[in-house]
Design a protein around this ligand. Structure first.
Ligand SMILES: Cc1cc2nc3c(=O)[nH]c(=O)nc-3n(C[C@H](O)[C@H](O)[C@H](O)COP(=O)(O)OP(=O)(O)OC[C@H]3O[C@@H](n4cnc5c(N)ncnc54)[C@H](O)[C@@H]3O)c2cc1C
Length: 409
């Protein structure tokens, strides 16, 4: 088991510096343009693919870093570059993780390469869970998957919403309900292969921030997929459903629920790291500006009112990073999340990002309020972190339930 240390090793430093170079030289100069265009930045994804940053290999290497710091470090650097472009680059990873977590070796080997495509023909993937009536309340999902035994096919019907890369993805991973009576324990994940009839893009959302990342509804109308597209396979699903039915009869179900919670605790620090990246970016712009902008014959940082804000900003960013690193280390080394430390890190870092980016606008004065400077974009981008992967309210609910052992509502 890796001992916890805050010293990055040489390999980690090398990866961090390499990503920072890409973020500074390729992402940052393109950020304003793709934010205005509100389109997926395909040329930048392709550039990332050429360098090996957009690839399963790269994420697998970071994921299996025994210190747990590989993923948070990578996320922080990419989102420091630009949040919208970074989400376009890492969004496929969300779908890939869905397959890695639940798929068989054969499914992993078949579908993940198709999610990324190749350097000359890059592809993206989408993970589709949220629905118009099932956001925080995942259990009220309506999308149904029905098994057609005669043809060994699953038939999917429903509408997914808020899907990152939804409709433009080569491969969609869709969560659907196979047994409505079991709530979230009756859900299963499916691969919808490229060009499957019946899957279409609904509304593409015009967003407040992360506008270079495509977000859309995905409509599923009698989408027929082979039986082999059920992640994990039919036998495993049948066993799991039988266990859940037994537990439901006996009034239990804790074990299944705890397994799902552990997965969230492990994935949420990655979103916290994205928030740290955006917050750090805005803080650095504000610090530089405060040192060079003069009013009343001296740099504005000469005023405690400005300098103390910068001190608070940096303190909160460092505290957020420490929570994120702790939770990632806990996930990698198998420590139990007895205080929902993963949710804690995401809650704190996301709220810090919103606050710090707003302070950065204030420090830049009128310039901060314009699109000539990047902090207004960073502030718009930061708003997503308290919403996706569980809102701040849901994080507080999870933390409070974990601490108290009570079903607080
Ligand atoms: C840009 C973007 C990208 C996304 N990408 C994806 C994706 O790729 N795949 C995917 O499946 N989903 C994705 N999502 C969906 C995202 O995870 C949901 O938006 C999020 O879970 C919240 O659901 P909701 O929007 O329906 O809000 P709601 O659940 O309707 O919540 C509305 C408000 O009520 C509060 N609330 C709800 N329940 C409670 C409660 N019990 N106690 C206290 N407060 C409560 C919430 O915190 C929130 O403030 C994305 C969303 C966005 C905006």
């Amino acid at each position: 088991m890796a001992e916890f240390t805050l010293d990055l090793n040489d390999d980690q430093k090398q990866v961090r510096d390499w990503l920072h170079g890409f973020a500074a030289d390729v992402m940052r100069p393109a950020a304003a343009e793709w934010d205005e265009r509100e389109e997926t930045p395909w040329p930048i994804i392709q550039e990332a693919a050429k360098l090996g940053i957009y690839s399963l290999d790269f994420y697998a290497q970071q994921f299996f870093d025994p210190t747990g710091l590989g993923i948070p470090m990578a996320m922080e650097e990419l989102f420091w570059g630009d949040a919208g472009i970074a989400l376009s680059i890492v969004g496929t990873g969300l779908a890939a993780v869905g397959v890695l977590a639940n798929g068989t070796e054969e499914q992993i080997g078949t579908w993940i390469p198709q999610m990324y495509g190749d350097v000359n023909d890059v592809k993206v993937a989408a993970f589709c869970s949220s629905e118009p009536d099932a956001g925080s309340d995942v259990a009220s999902m309506r999308t149904r998957a029905v098994y057609d035994e005669a043809k060994d096919e699953w038939v999917l019907n429903g509408t997914k919403t808020w899907a990152t890369n939804g409709g433009i993805a080569n491969v969609h991973v869709v969560v659907a309900c196979v047994d409505a009576e079991l709530g979230s324990k009756g859900h299963a994940s499916f691969i919808v292969p490229p060009n499957t009839p019946g899957l279409s893009q609904g509304q593409k959302f015009q967003k407040h921030g992360i506008r270079a990342s495509h977000t859309a509804e995905v409509v599923l109308e009698d989408v027929r997929i082979p039986g082999s597209c059920l992640l994990g396979g039919k036998d495993k699903l049948d066993e799991r459903l039988a266990r859940a039915r037994e537990k439901a009869k006996a009034g239990g179900g804790e074990r299944v629920k705890n397994a799902a919670m552990a997965t969230f605790e492990a994935s949420r620090p990655a979103v916290g790291a994205m928030a740290v990246g955006t917050a750090r970016a805005a803080y650095e712009v504000a610090l530089d500006y405060a040192k060079t902008r003069e009013q009343f014959g001296r740099p504005i940082i000469d005023n405690q009112g400005i300098a103390f804000q910068l001190a608070d900003m940096r303190t909160q960013i460092d505290a957020a990073r420490l929570l994120v690193w702790r939770a990632s280390w806990m996930a990698t080394t198998g420590k139990p999340f007895t205080a929902a430390e993963g949710s804690m890190s995401k809650l704190f870092a996301s709220e810090v990002a919103k606050k710090v980016t707003a302070q950065a606008i204030q420090i830049l004065g009128g310039n901060g309020f314009t699109r000539e400077y990047p902090v207004e974009r960073m502030h718009r981008d930061a708003a997503i972190y308290t919403i996706f992967e569980g809102t701040s309210e849901i994080q507080r609910l999870v933390i409070a339930r974990t601490l108290s052992g009570m079903q607080i509502r």
